[in-house]
Design a protein around this ligand. Structure first.
Ligand SMILES: [Zn+2]
Length: 338
């Protein structure tokens, strides 16, 4: 994609309130940062559509803007409409693009137009004294709504538990939006279930509205009963030279399709993930330091690939494109009360 530039605006066309995700690119062909003034000046930063196929964030913004159409926002808000070109095609990311949630400052990717745009956004929001940052996502598979944070400070935990009890703390992958913002304000990623799910939209809308109404974010400790905190132990990937499927018996690994029901439940050691049909079949599992732990977390016995110890998966999906572009799942363990 040639000449990707950040478009900054401080008003919006009325069409924005009703436009479909697929048509949004006609208003905003590239990443667009919309600044709106509210009663309190330090803005909440909200990013939507960093992944083009995750439309809940746009619905949230449309309903929020309608709600405040004839009144003043309680606090300023800056909204990033991310990958509208991928949204046009219902894709997470287009061929030739970088993943818009892997290119923020702190990324391990080389410099690209996308990394430059994201750096500019971060600098702009820091200059505006950003109050809090909220990045809205969807995922596939059966997951509860949950939030993710990249720092275990009280104000981060407070912001996260305002969305719900389930909170995931992670340090990889690098280059995600919430990690870049965590350097200078409380930042969360919201995972709002499947794209288009009405309960995800309602939940995230109430949340953004509540954060806009906050005078300050408390630094008080969280009570143990108010949080279930998990930490990602490993990101599981299928090596590029290994084919996989949920249906094709000839694939190197035939995954068990019922796995996706196991998100956010502890699954016991020796649980079978799939049937192995070749000598090269294996899974990679990368920890926060990018160390590969595949052989520690999985073993193969009798043509079955199994888990070595109890783990809790998240974001297990049946979507083969997501598995190739991102990962098969995350494996987590519960952390003691912070
Ligand atoms: Zn996403």
């Amino acid at each position: 994609m040639s000449n990707l530039e950040l478009n900054q605006i401080d008003s919006f066309p009325q069409e924005l309130l009703e436009i479909s995700i697929e048509k949004l690119y006609t208003l905003f062909p590239g990443p667009t940062l919309l600044h709106l003034q509210g009663k309190r000046p330090e803005p909440v930063f909200v990013s939507v559509l960093l992944h083009g196929n995750e439309g809940t964030g746009l619905h949230v913004i449309q309903r929020l803007l309608k709600k405040y159409q004839h009144s003043v926002l309680p606090r300023s808000i800056s909204i990033l409409f991310g990958n509208t070109q991928a949204a046009r095609y219902g894709k997470r990311v287009l061929d030739g693009q970088s993943d818009y949630n892997r290119v923020w400052p702190g990324t391990v990717e080389p410099n690209t137009q996308e990394t430059m745009v994201m750096r500019k956004i971060v600098n702009e929001m820091e200059r505006r004294n950003v109050f809090a940052s909220i990045d809205i996502h969807n995922n596939t598979g059966l997951n509860p709504h949950y939030s993710c944070i990249n720092k275990l400070e009280n104000c981060f935990l407070q912001l996260a538990t305002l969305f719900g009890h389930t909170v995931v703390y992670f340090l990889t992958p690098k280059g995600v939006q919430s990690m870049a913002f965590s350097k200078f304000c409380p930042a969360v990623t919201l995972e709002c279930g499947e794209p288009g799910s009405p309960s995800g939209i309602d939940h995230a809308l109430d949340y953004v509205d509540a954060v806009l109404h906050m005078k300050y974010i408390s630094n008080d400790p969280i009570l143990p009963q108010d949080i279930k905190l998990f930490h990602t132990v490993a990101r599981v990937q299928v090596p590029e030279d290994v084919t996989f499927s949920f249906t094709d018996q000839n694939a190197n690994i035939l995954f068990k399709s019922e796995l996706y029901k196991m998100n956010f439940s502890v699954i016991p050691a020796d649980t079978c993930f799939g049937i192995v049909n070749s000598n090269n079949a294996r899974l990679f599992a990368f920890n926060d330091n990018e160390e590969e732990l595949g052989e520690k977390l999985f073993y193969i016995n009798n043509q079955q690939i199994k888990l070595t110890k109890p783990m809790m998966p998240a974001m297990l999906t049946l979507d083969e494109a997501v598995i190739r572009q991102d990962c098969f799942c995350y494996l987590m363990e519960q952390l003691p009360h912070p």
